[in-house]
Design a protein around this ligand. Structure first.
Ligand code: THU
Length: 136
């Protein structure tokens, strides 16, 4: 079983694969699904800037496209160049995460190392959210 510290480590490692020649802001994400599978992702930028995909969505889409639709925990690390800051997920990524979890249960880890991170629920980061239940 991968613990929170290890998951932060995977997020930091995934950041090495960031393709960020335009912003220089490199992000890595690592997530665990409810069925205990690990998926990682990095941001992938594009010369047509709007075509960029964030690290969190890269990881989520990898999981979902392989049949793992329930997310348990996601760890995120990011920053400009070699520097790591508290890299909070953007609004679009928060909404994408919302689709594949119970927001009270999904843990979001944001940090700069395996020792230095904070844990949030998606509920805290995206209160009063809109989700699939609304369309039932
Ligand atoms: N980025 C992410 O990967 N995740 C976020 O939640 C925020 C932003 C990326 C997108 C772009 O490649 C760069 O950071 C600057 O916005």
């Amino acid at each position: 079983m991968i613990d929170n510290k290890q998951l932060m480590g995977f997020a930091i490692a995934a950041r090495h694969m960031a393709y960020a020649p335009y912003s220089g802001y490199r992000v890595g994400a690592a997530l665990i699904t409810e069925d205990d599978q690990l998926f990682t992702g990095s941001n992938v930028e594009n010369a047509s800037y709007g075509a960029t995909c964030c690290a969190e969505r890269t990881a989520v889409f990898k999981a979902v496209s392989e049949g793992h639709l329930k997310l348990k925990t996601i760890a995120i690390s990011g920053g400009k160049g070699d520097e790591l800051n508290m890299a909070f997920p953007c609004g679009i990524c928060r909404q994408v995460l919302r689709e594949f979890c119970d927001p009270k249960k999904l843990k979001v880890l944001v940090g700069t190392s395996s020792e230095d991170y904070k844990e949030y629920s998606l509920q805290e980061l995206l209160p009063e959210s809109f989700g699939p239940e609304a369309l039932e």
